[in-house]
Ligand binder design. Structure first.
Ligand code: COS
Length: 383
């Protein structure tokens, strides 16, 4: 749903200019230094990027899902690391509190996420628990009006810089499944919360990931999201439904950028006496990429509109994540192929993007998990 087309056009134009003038020229430096310059982070805060999808009453821009998708397409035109910095505040770092939190929790924590004063993070994955999220082992044992958290969370995006963590932990040791899990809000300076060393990754340099260990970390009982034990797995799944749509939109944006780069190169580079772009085998790769990116864009917008209309989009969000993450992988592969030897060289952005996009097929639920969610939903609906 688009609330005011003119206001949205202005926002999308402003973000598009920011991407072109500030972010794209800084891509290589960010990749080399594995850090986003502070002045760029500050500009992102001033533009409201940390609170895009946070409701206005909590200090954000309150974008609908369709509006957020249109903005994410724009942001996808540059390195995914930039999005990652403010992405968790809009998505997995804030949505748990927004979807299932109490009014008091929202008022206390969300405004600081909306401005970017605090970075939010989402702790579900563990060393032994990835796709099978319901069997997580981190414990939260009640002790008076507190819970004591013990365990390790792994590959936590923005873990090193976050000041607020949504943590899924088991409060009922007798219930080994989803029903034994509770979601907590844990402040970054809580004693017993230990940030690990940032992991060295294949791509997306500038976006940071680390282990978060809880060692007798005491969290007030009032920080249970929604105030009720046993609801944490469902909260996490609802958060991921939204996150998967957002990531799908980013995949579409990245695919469009890669197509632009590949087309530009194909128009400039000549072989056999004519531009690559006039060779039919190159045209086939360009055409397939364009058609697939268009399909991704269309399905994301359709699913986003359904979400805005209040429909359950769990299955559709998984369809989008499955298709768009795989699609951008194919597009990146073709972009490298069109560049030939140059595509293998760090001098060209496609080499970096080729590594960056690999993560899309893995995080916020692997392609195989999306297949499971889709097929289970189909069987459930048919019954
Ligand atoms: N919204 C609301 N509730 C949901 C839900 C959703 N999208 N998905 C599942 N639930 C509920 C189910 O209805 C069920 O509730 P009841 O027990 O009341 O019936 C409960 O949660 C357990 O669901 P289910 O039985 O489907 O859980 P499974 O253990 O079979 O796991 C998958 C489901 C595999 C889909 C889940 O573990 C998953 O998404 N794994 C991937 C995790 C992931 O994306 N990790 C990435 C890292 S986080 S960035």
């Amino acid at each position: 749903m688009i609330r005011d087309q003119e206001v949205l056009n202005q926002l999308v134009d402003t973000i598009g200019r920011f991407v072109r003038d500030r972010l794209i020229p800084a891509e290589q430096t960010v990749a080399e230094n594995d850090a986003i310059p502070e002045d760029i982070a500050n500009e992102m805060k001033e533009m409201g990027l940390f609170g895009l999808s946070i409701p206005e009453e909590y200090g954000g821009l309150g974008l609908t899902m369709e509006e957020e998708a249109l903005v994410a397409f724009e942001i996808g035109h540059t390195s995914p690391a930039f999005r990652s910095l403010f992405g968790t505040n809009n998505g997995i770092g804030a949505q748990g509190i927004l979807i299932d939190g109490t009014e008091e929790q929202k008022r206390k924590y969300v405004p600081k996420l909306a401005t970017g004063e605090v970075i939010g993070s989402f702790c579900l994955t563990e060393p032994d628990v990835g796709s099978d999220a319901a069997s997580l082992k981190t414990r939260a044992d009640k002790d008076g009006d507190h819970y004591v958290l013990n365990g390790t969370k792994r590959y936590i995006t923005n873990g090193p810089e976050a000041g607020l963590y949504t943590v899924m932990a088991r409060t009922d040791p007798d219930n080994k499944g989803a029903g034994g899990i509770t979601a907590f809000i844990v402040e970054g300076d809580t004693p017993g919360l230990i940030r690990g060393k940032p992991d060295v990754k294949m791509g997306q340099k500038g976006a940071h990931v680390c282990d978060i260990t809880f060692d007798n970390c005491r969290v007030p009982a009032e920080n249970i999201i929604g105030g009720k034990e046993g609801q944490g797995f469902k909260t996490a799944m609802k958060v991921l439904d939204r996150g998967r749509l957002h990531i799908s939109a980013v995949c579409v944006g990245v695919a469009e950028r890669l197509i632009e780069d590949a087309l530009k190169y194909a128009m400039e580079r000549k072989q056999f006496g004519q531009p690559l772009a006039d060779h039919q085998l190159i045209q086939a790769m360009l055409a397939d990429s364009r058609a697939e990116a268009f399909a991704g864009r269309s399905m994301v917008l359709e699913a986003a509109r359904s979400k805005d209309a209040g429909k359950n989009v769990s299955l559709d969000a998984s369809c989008c994540k499955l298709f768009c993450a795989e699609m951008v992988g194919r597009v990146a592969d073709r972009a490298v192929q069109i560049h030939g030897g140059a595509g293998y060289m760090a001098e060209y952005a496609v080499e970096r993007f080729y590594r960056d996009v690999r993560l899309f097929r893995i995080y916020e639920g692997t392609t195989q998990i999306q297949q499971i969610v889709i097929a289970r939903g189909m069987v459930r609906d048919a019954r």
